[in-house]
Ligand binder design. Structure first.
Ligand code: SF4
Length: 283
């Protein structure tokens, strides 16, 4: 029987200590856009030095190691129960080693479970693949501060003058960025879902965060929307950590779900610069 534990432990440690190369490259390229000696440049330099040190010393990239998500794409015969048990064991060990902070708290009592295990924690997102497909897992460690500035809109939204169309969607996303004002540790990366029910919309928005920086939607209208919102958000002057500058966002990823005719949700899932996702094919 397959033992997923060692591989998953390694994957979690990698996610906690190494930023994906596309995110580091985006931070470097934004640093080149900021004025020499500006606060924005200094914040980005600090982030890049932090990334270098975490990688070199195998330490967590941030003290908040976030909530733990496993996105698994696998054929029907994949041993889900076994995978889940091994993943939970790997989470407990990574927590014991200090690579995951004890971030799982009972909601009413505030009791910390101490090992990052709890009801639907970590969270598993399953997706079926064709029979012969190679199973694939992505670990996402999602920062809590950035989760706090995520938001869901129900269109039409009168105060925003946002109707049920892509122009309305654009207004919502820019409103979310404006409200955040750099909180949630900008520069941010946005996962957005248009449609779905409330829960499905939130799930899809988070799933959009699995895309690589610069990966545009296959739908040309959504790809244009992503580029337009990114440019407009970065023209707001909010900047890294809200201290001013040209780098408020690193990217925007927009997906859709079908919806009930009566509903039109737009969900914005905000991720901080510390985009900890690592993927592995389980051959
Ligand atoms: S929002 Fe992100 S960068 Fe900020 S403290 Fe949380 S994990 Fe760290």
């Amino acid at each position: 029987m397959t033992d997923f534990y060692p591989t998953l432990l390694e994957l979690i440690i990698k996610a906690s200590t190494e930023l994906p190369e596309d995110v580091t490259t985006a931070l470097k390229s934004q640093l080149a856009q900021e004025e020499n000696g500006s606060t924005a440049a200094s914040v980005l330099e600090t982030l890049l030095e932090n990334i270098r040190l975490a990688n070199e010393r195998q330490l967590p990239l941030c003290q908040d190691t976030g909530t733990i998500h496993f996105f698994v794409t696998a054929p029907d015969d994949f041993p889900r129960r076994r995978f889940k048990a091994d993943a939970e064991r790997a989470v407990v060990e990574a927590t014991r080693r200090g690579l995951l902070r004890q971030n799982c708290v009972e909601s009413v009592t505030g009791h910390n479970t101490g090992n990052n295990l709890g009801y639907v924690n970590p969270t598993f997102h399953w997706e079926e693949a064709d029979d012969n497909a190679i199973p694939k897992v992505t670990v996402l460690l999602k920062g809590g501060g950035s989760e706090n500035v995520g938001i869901q809109y129900s269109l039409p939204d009168e105060p925003l003058h946002a109707g049920r169309d892509l122009d309305g969607v654009k207004k919502c996303i820019l409103d979310a960025v404006y409200r955040a004002q750099g909180k949630g540790c900008a520069p941010g990366i946005l996962g957005v879902c248009i449609g779905g029910d409330r829960a499905g919309s939130a799930e899809e928005a988070k799933r959009q965060l699995l895309r690589r920086i610069g990966e545009r939607s296959n739908d040309s209208a959504l790809a244009n929307l992503e580029q337009e919102v990114l440019a407009k958000a970065n023209a707001l002057g909010i900047g890294p950590m809200g201290l001013g500058g040209k780098t408020t966002l690193l990217d925007v990823f927009v997906g859709t779900r079908t919806r009930h005719p009566a509903s039109y949700f737009v969900t914005v899932c905000y991720n901080c610069w510390c985009m900890r996702r690592q993927t592995l094919e389980m051959i």
